[in-house]
Design a protein around this ligand. Structure first.
Ligand code: SF4
Ligand code: SF4
Ligand code: FES
Length: 358
């Protein structure tokens, strides 16, 4: 088949960026990485990109196709050619470009290192007996352990675009992999560290990381689990944590979100005084409902019953987070068809995290 590609080239010596078009003859089974190899071998040996395994496991070949992050070795070209489309290939976002499609991964690794991505078992002397971890305990971090550190999620993270110091989805997913590990004894220290500035609560919940992760890690779910674990451990001084807690209180008491009270509950009374002018403007335009008497939703009992149910089921912390099962279903079947991804012959169903002494 004849494959055409447009590739953003970057020459670091001259500082020039240019969109070049290539056409190659490729076998029907070729993926994007094969096509790049053909271009490099037969047309332009100066083209730079990373690769290693060609089987979606090393995480080297992350790049953008038509503006979305992909693994080049996971993208079959035949459907694109049949559709008559000429895709545009570019380097991943949110990381400095070194040359053509190669980005500098150092900022990525720096954030992963900041998570202390190693097990802290809480002892120095190695015990004589081996520590057995149950399947149920492994299941709790099953998705996070699938990460291949490709950076596709980081490329798409809009919070990182606004704040390059944000820890980001890959590093935070790695953090959850250790927070949820039954053998790790540094949970509280980890949660405190991950909850600080540029951490858990700076995620805007846009879900782009979740959508683009090629391995079904669902990093946004991992961040939600970290937030829930932090709140459960009483680590809730960040405005994001207070914001989340107010949502629960508000829904439980009146069945709807009382936004008028959201700002003082989240920012504190003193800081909220700065917003008085803005609040008066809203009031003038009829955007603020009168606080008294409080408006209580007609079926508030349903929202309270839901709250009680979650409490009864002891779904605290990470176990209370509803995970994006669709992503796993898609990964398992390579189809958009919906089904239970944890069903027979599929991924083990995640179960509650169990720590020592619980
Ligand atoms: S959900 Fe959060 S971590 Fe994921 S891409 Fe959006 S802002 Fe980034
Ligand atoms: S979470 Fe997914 S997209 Fe992000 S680095 Fe890991 S495998 Fe890649
Ligand atoms: S070359 Fe290893 S993931 Fe694509």
């Amino acid at each position: 088949m004849d494959v055409a590609l447009k590739i953003w080239r970057y020459n670091p010596q001259r500082g020039e960026r240019e969109l070049r078009e290539y056409e190659v003859d490729a076998p029907d089974w070729a993926c994007l990485l094969d096509v790049l190899d053909l271009i490099k071998d037969k047309h332009d040996g100066t083209l730079a990109y990373r690769k290693s395994c060609r089987m979606m496991i090393c995480g080297s070949c992350g790049m953008r196709m038509d503006g979305r992050a992909i693994l080049a070795c996971k993208e079959p070209m035949k459907p694109i050619v049949e559709a008559g489309h000429v895709p545009t290939i570019a380097p991943m976002g949110n990381l400095p470009v070194v040359k053509d499609l190669v980005v500098d991964m150092e900022p990525f690794w720096g954030k992963v290192r900041a998570m202390k991505p190693w097990l802290d078992p809480g002892y120095d002397e190695v015990p004589e007996k081996e520590r057995i971890v149950s399947q149920q305990q492994v299941n709790a971090i099953h998705k996070e352990a699938l990460c291949i550190m490709c950076g596709c999620c980081v490329s798409e993270c809009n919070s990182m675009e606004a704040d390059p110091d944000f820890l980001g989805p890959a590093a935070l997913a790695k953090g959850m992999r250790f927070v949820g590990d039954a053998r790790d004894q540094a949970t509280v220290e980890r949660l405190q560290s991950y909850s600080s500035e540029h951490g858990i609560w700076d995620c805007t919940r846009c879900n782009f990381c979740q959508e683009r992760c090629p391995k079904g890690v669902d990093p946004r779910d991992a961040i939600a689990k970290l937030g829930a674990e932090a709140v459960q451990a009483g680590i809730d001084s960040d405005m994001g944590a207070k914001h989340a807690k107010w949502f629960v209180t508000s829904a439980k008491t009146t069945g709807w979100l009382r936004e008028t009270e959201l700002v003082p509950k989240t920012q504190g009374v003193v800081k909220s005084l700065k917003e008085v002018k803005f609040a008066l403007g809203l009031l003038k335009h009829g955007k603020v409902p009168p606080p008294v008497p409080p408006h209580v939703a007609k079926h508030v009992d349903e929202s309270r019953a839901l709250y009680d149910l979650v409490k009864q089921q002891e779904r605290g912390g990470a176990d209370g987070i509803v995970q994006s099962e669709k992503a796993l279903a898609h990964l398992a079947l390579d189809t958009d068809e919906e089904r239970d991804p944890y069903g027979e012959d599929s991924f083990p169903r995640p179960l509650p995290i169990e720590k020592d002494g619980e």
